[in-house]
Design a protein around this ligand. Structure first.
Ligand code: ATP
Ligand code: MG
Length: 445
């Protein structure tokens, strides 16, 4: 075999030996097959491969279906020995950074949900994996010349899988939000259709950007990123357990960033969308700990990591809202838009989504204590109860000074007329100010 990397045979032997062992001991093999089955979800394949491509620092990825084959390729780095070892194991990952979900060492195996043989071509490797021994690589003679890309190819087994895959590719083209959260992939081509996010302009606060899809430049989303922060000890303990890292194994996880996106529904992302849709007014991305099927996230009531991440989401949103509101160079109407970040939830919802939302909102509440965040007519910021709200029509008739004089007991400033009704309702639910409604105007005058 020419061109076979020196490490290949040892890795192959190790995988093969493991299968000999498993085939002799059904009790040992049971949990493997069970976990393998759990990741056989056709709609996860593209996401998992994108995830790995992003980890390999690809900037673009292409997905296509040609002559019954699923083909995924990316321009990231080629495999090195350590990555290959990890690819030929199951339930073990060389990845330690928690910026992505990539940590269980099972994602790649989801490709078997499309067919029985998965072929991998990279500048240094040309191999196939077969379902029966799904971690054992089989060296392939290279057909034609390979370019510098990494390509994964699977012959699609039947129409059902083809349809599932087609549906998923359609979802990607319709809602490509995840692409916002990848670290290096910015462009993805799905069956010839290019999806590309572009940063249109810096956002109203540090570390934020107005983003838009290249084919829909007028619809803009605000992406807000946090600074990296180290996990607290109890989260470390949970992550170690989740990743099956034994005590003697070196395990240090670098600080992680989180992100929120205003303009998207309140779904939680772990790069990819999870099944947790909250009522918070923005989407968030963080390395939440998920269930093995990666549908939901672990209940934050029992997962200290998830609780900590959700609290950070609240702090990030509040910090962003305060900075945005305090941005005096901005037009006051623009400053008012900061209230979009304020959640206003039904706290009686006891589902996982409900508790996630509640933790975010409670964290916002804690971060807002004693902070001035009520934008007034004179464009300054007041603390809770530091201003009053009056029907907007009054301000069309009188000047703000007159209105203060006439209607505001103790000459408290008045909430800016540019705080639209929806934001005003939210602030009112937060019990931020005293309100004089139309009926009471005459009484108080
Ligand atoms: N395109 C790629 N380029 C380089 N290495 C890769 C690539 N795809 C996979 N790998 C390697 O194969 C390993 C196994 O991938 P796999 O997706 O199964 O697990 P993982 O990404 O570590 O964790 P997860 O289960 O969360 O996906 C990765 O850790 C990585 O080292
Ligand atoms: Mg992966």
């Amino acid at each position: 075999m020419t061109g076979v990397p020196s490490y290949f045979e040892e890795v192959r032997c190790h995988a093969s030996g493991r299968w000999d062992q498993l085939e002799q001991d059904p009790e040992l093999a049971g949990p493997w097959h069970q976990l393998f089955k759990q990741v056989q979800i056709p709609r996860h394949v593209v996401s998992e491969l994108l995830q790995n491509a992003d980890d390999a620092e690809a900037t673009m990825a292409t997905v296509d279906i040609q002559d019954g084959d699923f083909i995924f390729s990316h321009n990231g780095e080629d495999f090195i020995e350590e990555h290959f070892i990890s690819l030929c194991r199951f339930g073990y990952s060389n990845k330690r950074a928690l910026h992505t979900i990539g940590f269980r060492g099972i994602g790649f195996k989801s490709t078997f949900s499309l067919g029985d043989e998965v072929r991998l071509n990279t500048p240094s490797l040309s191999i196939a994996f077969r379902r029966k021994r799904f971690t054992e690589p089989v060296w392939q003679t290279r057909k034609g010349t390979s370019d510098s890309n990494t390509e994964i190819r699977v012959a699609i087994r039947d129409d059902y899988r083809l349809r599932e895959l087609e549906k998923n590719l359609e979802d990607w083209t319709k809602s490509p939000a995840s692409l916002l959260f990848f670290r290096s992939i910015r462009c993805m081509t799905v069956r010839g259709h290019e999806i590309r996010w572009e940063a249109k302009s810096p956002g109203p606060i540090a570390g934020s950007y107005w983003m838009a899809l290249a084919n829909d430049p007028d619809r803009q989303y605000l992406l807000i990123q946090s600074k990296p922060e180290s996990f607290p000890e109890e989260a470390f303990a949970e992550i170690r357990q989740e990743r099956m890292v034994t005590a003697d194994e070196e395990a240090s996880f670098p600080p992680c960033k989180i992100e929120i996106v205003l303009g998207l529904e309140g779904r939680l992302f772990v790069i990819l969308p999870t099944g947790v849709k909250t009522d918070i007014p923005f989407a968030c991305n963080a390395p939440f700990i998920q269930d093995p099927a990666r549908v939901k996230i672990k209940d934050p009531e029992t997962s200290p990591t998830n609780r900590w991440l959700l609290e950070r989401v609240g702090k990030l949103a509040t910090g962003a809202m305060l900075e945005w509101l305090g941005h005096k160079e901005l037009d006051v109407k623009q400053r008012c838009k900061a209230y979009e970040l304020l959640p206003d939830l039904n706290r009686e919802d006891h589902s996982i989504a409900g508790s996630c939302g509640r933790i975010v909102e409670e964290s916002c509440e804690t971060s807002l204590v004693e902070q001035p965040y009520l934008l007034t007519e004179d464009e300054s910021l007041e603390k809770v109860k530091g201003c009053i709200a009056l029907p907007g029509v009054l301000l069309d008739v009188w000047s703000s000074d007159q209105v203060v004089h006439l209607f505001s007991e103790g000459a408290r400033p008045i909430l800016s007329r540019y705080v639209g009704s929806e934001y005003r309702r939210k602030l009112s639910n937060w019990n931020c100010f005293d309100e004089i409604d139309k009926e009471n105007v005459l009484d108080s005058a």
